[in-house]
Each structure stands twice: as structure tokens, then as C-alpha cells.
Design a protein around this ligand. Structure first.
Ligand code: ZN
Length: 276
């Protein structure tokens, strides 16, 4: 029996070996309320059909993952990135996804501040289109270990600053405990982000010790050292009451039976609920 399953959302990447149809069927069967759909899991599929199927299975689509990767040395490549993000927004619209998560990008060798300027410019070029589509954009700050080539936005403070600076209702922030838990200013920044109504979504998982792979060794909630209950409380106090989205990249979990893994996610979620 799942506790408060309507607040629980799972990212399709979490059960990567499963196709989208299996994810929809299995998540709804255990009583999960939402699904965040990764682009590769619906490649070459009709987005409208997936939208209908999600509705039929009783799952709400929380977000479409992911856009971003705006910075580049050349103007042409930056324009290509903008065009790609406009397409991603169109796909999110067809899917009925209210949000696109942005992993903003970085260029090794280019200063992080230049990359952040290019990120702000790239997002700005997408905002009117996002508004027409009714799709919001969430800047996800990534842990600094990814600042070389995945994102020059590495703290919640930087993400919130860009969102405030762009001054547009469609831009906000996605807060992921994996990327932000270490930040001594996290509580204060969650409060500030919430005060500006910029908390658009919330991702959970855990940080394992030792971490064997910088990308694909995330832990299941409760397996690591992230104070998830504490951070969830700050998020809630800041006015965000949306989904808690389980997003786990893990070679370890991907290699096991995904049905058993899903059961473990539900158990870990229930454990968290009993503490909150
Ligand atoms: Zn995330």
C-alpha cells in the first residue's frame, strides 16, 4: 500500500530498461501519481498518443526532460540550440507536459560566467514560444562536478538569479536534492526562490558513499547522506506542494529486475512519508 502516492512522480529514466508503455502501466499499477517523461523514451512515438495513454492510466505528466545546452562558442551553434529547445517545447505541448526541465549546458574552456550569459540569452529566446504553448521552463542547477560541460548553473542562487532576471512567468527553477544538498545557503535560497514563486519542480534521490560513477550511481532515497526530509520541509514551507519526482540514474538499479526496483522505490517513498 503506497502512502500519499498522488504526490509521488517517477522519471522514465529511473526505470530506463522499460519502454514508455511499460512505465505507464507499472507506475499506475502501484499507485504512483505522476510521470516525468524523458525525451528518448518517446522518440519516434506519437506524443498525443502517449498523452492519451497517460490520462487513461490515471498518471499526470509532471515534466518533459530535458531541454537546455544553450552555450556554444559559435553563434550558429547557439542558434541551433535555441531551435532545438523550441522543438522540445512543441513536443512537451503535444504530450500535455506543463514543464520542460533545462540542463543548461557549459563549454569546457569558456568561462562559466560567459556560459551563464549565453544560457540567459538562449532561454530568453524561447520564452514567448513557451508562453504560447503553455509550457513552463525549469532551470535545474547541477552539482559543481558537472560545471565543465553539463551546466554552468551550479547553485540554486544562480538559477534563481537567472529566473528573476528574465522576469517572465514561464521561467522558474527545478530543485534536485542530488545537485543542491551540499549548499550551505540552501535553506535561505529555497525560501527566496519560493518567495518569487519560482519553484517549479522538485527531484529526489540520494547520494551514495562512495559514489562509484559521477553520473550513474545515484542512490535510492534513504541509501545515502542527503537530508531529504529536511529539504522537503523547506520546499513545502516555501510554498511548493507539487510532485516529489524520483529521478535516479543508476547502473546498479538498471541492471536489476525493474519490477523489484519499483517496489523498492515505493518502500523508500513510504519510509520518507512516515518521517514527514
Ligand atoms: Zn533532476
Amino acid at each position: 500500500m503506497i502512502i500519499n502516492g498522488e504526490n509521488l512522480c517517477i522519471h522514465t529514466i529511473t526505470t530506463k530498461p522499460w519502454g514508455i508503455d511499460k512505465c505507464l502501466a507499472a507506475y499506475s499499477r502501484v499507485g504512483v501519481g505522476g510521470i516525468s517523461i524523458w525525451r528518448q523514451s518517446v522518440e519516434n512515438r506519437s506524443k498525443r498518443e502517449i498523452y492519451r495513454r497517460a490520462n487513461e492510466s490515471g498518471l499526470r505528466i509532471a515534466s518533459y526532460v530535458r531541454g537546455g545546452f544553450f552555450p556554444s562558442i559559435s553563434v550558429q551553434d547557439r542558434q541551433k540550440a535555441i531551435d532545438e529547445n523550441l522543438r522540445i517545447i512543441d513536443e512537451a505541448y503535444e504530450l500535455g507536459a506543463p514543464l520542460v526541465v533545462l540542463v543548461c549546458g557549459a563549454v569546457p574552456g569558456q568561462s562559466l560566467s560567459s556560459s551563464r550569459d549565453q544560457i540567459a540569452d538562449g532561454i530568453a529566446a524561447c520564452l514567448d514560444h513557451a508562453q504560447e504553448a503553455g509550457v513552463r521552463l525549469g532551470i535545474e542547477p547541477l552539482h559543481p562536478m558537472y560545471s565543465d560541460d553539463r551546466s554552468a548553473v551550479n547553485t540554486l542562487e544562480q538559477a534563481t538569479d537567472i529566473a528573476i532576471q528574465l522576469d517572465h512567468p514561464m521561467i522558474g527553477v527545478t530543485i534536485d536534492v542530488y545537485h543542491t544538498w551540499w549548499d550551505m545557503h540552501l535553506e535561505k535560497e529555497i525560501k527566496r526562490c519560493g518567495a518569487h514563486d519560482k519553484i517549479f519542480s522538485f527531484h529526489i534521490c540520494d547520494w551514495r558513499t562512495p559514489t562509484m560513477d559521477l553520473l550513474n550511481d545515484r542512490g535510492l532515497m534513504g541509501e545515502g547522506c542527503i537530508p531529504i526530509t529536511q529539504i522537503s520541509q523547506w520546499i513545502s514551507e516555501a510554498g511548493f506542494h507539487g510532485f516529489h519526482e524520483v529521478e535516479i540514474f543508476s547502473n546498479r538499479f538498471w541492471s536489476m529486475d525493474q519490477g523489484q526496483f519499483l517496489n523498492r522505490i515505493v518502500e523508500a517513498w513510504n519510509q520518507l512519508q512516515s518521517k514527514e
